[in-house]
Structure formats: C-alpha cells, structure tokens
Design a protein around this ligand. Structure first.
Ligand code: T5A
Length: 242
C-alpha cells in the first residue's frame, strides 16, 4: 500500500516523527514534552509510541530482546526479532494512526536497527537495508530527531535513572541487554547516528542533547517548526536549532 507523504494535498496523512540516539539521550523525556506542545497547539491527534514495542505483541518481543534472550543468536537474529516487532507495530498502531491524520511520535525506529545491529553490531548493511525495505516499505519518517550525546553521559543518565527507579522497561534489574555493551560499542553507535544524519539531511536533524532539558526542548520545537510548519502553526521558521 502506498501511503502519501505528509502534506500531500491528494490525501491527508499524519506526520511521522522519530526520535533516535544512544542510551539515556533523553528521547522519552523530549517526546513527552513535544507531545504536550503538539496536543496544545496543532489541533491534530498525537500518538506517542516506542520501539521495540508499541503494540501488545511487539511489547512481548521487547521484553525478550531487552532481557537478552536473543543475544546468543547474534545480530542477524536480533534484527529479525526487532523486525517482527516492527511489522506488528506498523500494522496495528503506526499506519492506522497516520491514516487518521494523527502525528505519530516514535521513540526509536529503523535507524536504531541500522546503528545497533548494523554499524555497532556488525550486521551487513545490505542485510539491514533489505530488511528495512520489506518491513517498512513506504512508511518512512517525515522527520528524525537524532539526540546526540557523549555515550559516557548517556550511560550515566540511564544508570542514575535505573538506580532511582529499579528495573528498565522490559529488562531485569540493572543495565539492559544494550546498556551493558562496551563503551566502544556505544561510541560506534554515536558515530553511526551522526553518519545517518549526514547521509539523509532532509529527513534528519541532529539535536545537541548535552544541554539542560528545557534547552533541548526549545531546540526540538524550533526544528519541528522549521521542518514541519503545519504541526506548529504560527511558530515561525527560524531554521534548525541544533
Ligand atoms: N534497539 C532498539 C535496537 O538495538 N535495535 C532496534 O531496532 C531498536 C528499535 C531499547 C533498546 O533497544 C535497542 C536500543 C535500546 O538499547 P530502551 O529502554 O527503550 O531500550 O532504551 P532507550 O531508548 O535508550 O531509552 P532510555 O530510557 O534509556 O533513554 P532515553 O529515552 O533516551 O532517555 P530518558 O528520557 O529516559 O532519560 C534518561 C534519564 O536522563 C534524564 C531523565 O530524567 C532520565 O532520568 N534526562 C536528563 N538529564 C540531564 N539533562 C537532560 N537534558 C536530560 N534528559 C533526560
């Protein structure tokens, strides 16, 4: 099925915005803030979701993945499980919401597979691209906000949150399957996300996530206003704020 892109006058479709970046970069924090702004300002429905997960079946796969059940099988098998979760998530939640004209804000999507299983995990990029083609098809993000942060800082944030709140979502106590990877792995991740942004500048915007939450929120809001002005009418276009 061909889904017209956002703004296509022939058939309205909601906007699809994804948040990407390393561990603890602040995606969940900023998605909640942007959702509140959009609900107050845009007049469109806003659907907040995440990967892996977002639909009941995909949440079950999330639990297994973050508990490390698939790790012994290697990055290809993990990518297949992320893809299985994504198929259900797209069919059950993302595509129906877009068809209703809603704005979908998704915490991680295909760029995480490219970065985690591909660039950092060592899975052949051609395999990642082939999976993406068959799983996602035309349902591509209109805007991807890449929250960029030194991995040491992100892991420290995630650890501090874990210490304060107990288990991660879908994982046991302490670091989950991916948080527990080496610093070298997380450094490769950061480079991979920045490389994706360089390769697809029309879709991606890099946000400096090392600042305080209010400053990061302001930068995201400015970027959304510039890239998808229909979502924040009257906000003006002052260019990207990253
Ligand atoms: N994965 C996922 C793959 O390997 N392949 C895939 O295809 C997909 C889709 C998901 C894991 O799965 C992997 C990637 C991940 O490892 P997850 O628990 O959803 O697991 O992991 P994250 O997406 O990394 O979620 P986190 O919750 O760890 O990070 P967030 O959402 O980026 O950060 P957030 O907002 O929860 O903030 C973390 C802490 O920092 C504080 C917050 O209050 C919180 O305590 N904070 C800040 N502190 C200071 N300054 C700021 N600006 C702050 N912003 C937030």
């Amino acid at each position: 099925m061909i889904v017209p892109r956002f703004g296509d006058p022939a058939e309205a479709r909601g906007a699809f915005v994804t948040f990407e970046g390393g561990e603890g970069a602040g995606k969940s924090t900023q998605i909640a803030r942007l959702a509140a702004t959009l609900r107050a300002r845009s007049g469109r429905g806003v659907c907040v979701t995440r990967e892996p997960g977002g639909s009941p079946r995909a949440e079950e796969i999330r639990t297994a993945l973050l508990d490390g059940v698939a790790k012994p099988y290697g990055p290809f098998a993990e990518a297949l499980l992320f893809s299985a979760a994504r198929i259900d998530h797209l069919d059950r939640l993302i595509r129906p919401a877009l068809r209703r004209g809603e704005t979908v804000l998704c915490d991680r999507f295909v760029d995480s597979t490219r970065a985690y299983q591909g660039a950092a995990g060592g899975l052949d990029p051609a395999v990642v691209a082939a999976l993406e083609r068959v799983v996602v098809g035309p349902t591509r993000p209109d805007l991807t906000l890449i929250l960029d942060l030194a991995p040491e800082a992100g892991l420290a944030r995630a650890a501090a949150r874990g210490a304060g709140q107990g288990a991660g979502q879908g994982a046991g106590q302490g670091a989950d399957r991916f948080e527990a990877e080496s610093l070298d792995f997380h450094t490769r991740l950061r480079e991979a996300f920045l490389a994706i942004a360089r390769a697809e500048p029309e879709r991606c915007a890099v946000i400096d996530a090392g600042r305080d939450p209010d400053s990061v929120e302001a930068a995201i809001r400015e970027t959304v206003a510039a890239r998808l002005p229909d979502l924040l009418p009257g906000e003006g276009s002052r260019g990207d704020a990253a």
